[in-house]
Write a new protein. Structure first.
Length: 156
């Protein structure tokens, strides 16, 4: 059965934020080997969740997993996403839509936070202010880090 994946983000007016999430979707596709990974946004960017679901179904998805890339529950997770999922399911009743737990529930999140803090401390000690906040600075090293991940020369 063909399973497509939609990574769902909040969305932002900042074009760099949208671009980053598009890049992240591509990295997930490459690292996992899943051929059909699509980004979607709750607001302020496209594609919307509805557009992404419609596109995946039109492309031949037999089931779709939607992963909310949110850390904590809020209005979107509690109200909006279930409503949008129900609407999409009504439009495509033969294609199961599966809502994954938000990434904030993952048990390795605390470990990842610790690694990020340690990495920031190490970077500050070796080259103060070398990393940008949020990886939106074009001079930041995040692109090099992503390249190392894609080539397998850095751990996940």
């Amino acid at each position: 059965m063909r399973t497509d994946v939609i990574l769902l983000s909040h969305g932002s007016r900042a074009p760099e934020a949208r671009e980053y999430f598009l890049e992240l979707s591509g990295v997930v596709k490459t690292l996992t080997g899943w051929p059909n990974v699509e980004p979607a946004f709750m607001e302020l960017c496209e594609p919307s969740l509805a557009q992404a679901v419609d596109a995946r179904v039109a492309a031949g998805a037999e089931q779709i997993v939607v992963l909310p890339c949110f850390l904590h529950p809020g209005r979107h997770l509690i109200h909006d996403i279930p409503r949008l999922m129900a609407e999409a399911q009504a439009r495509h009743p033969t294609v199961p839509l599966i809502l994954a737990d938000r990434i904030g529930t993952h048990p390795d999140l605390a470990r990842l936070i610790g690694e990020c803090v340690t990495q920031a401390l190490n970077a500050e000690a070796s080259a103060p202010a070398a990393l940008c906040p949020g990886c939106l600075n074009p001079d930041c090293k995040h692109r090099e880090q992503k390249a190392r991940l894609l080539t397998g020369s850095a751990p996940l």
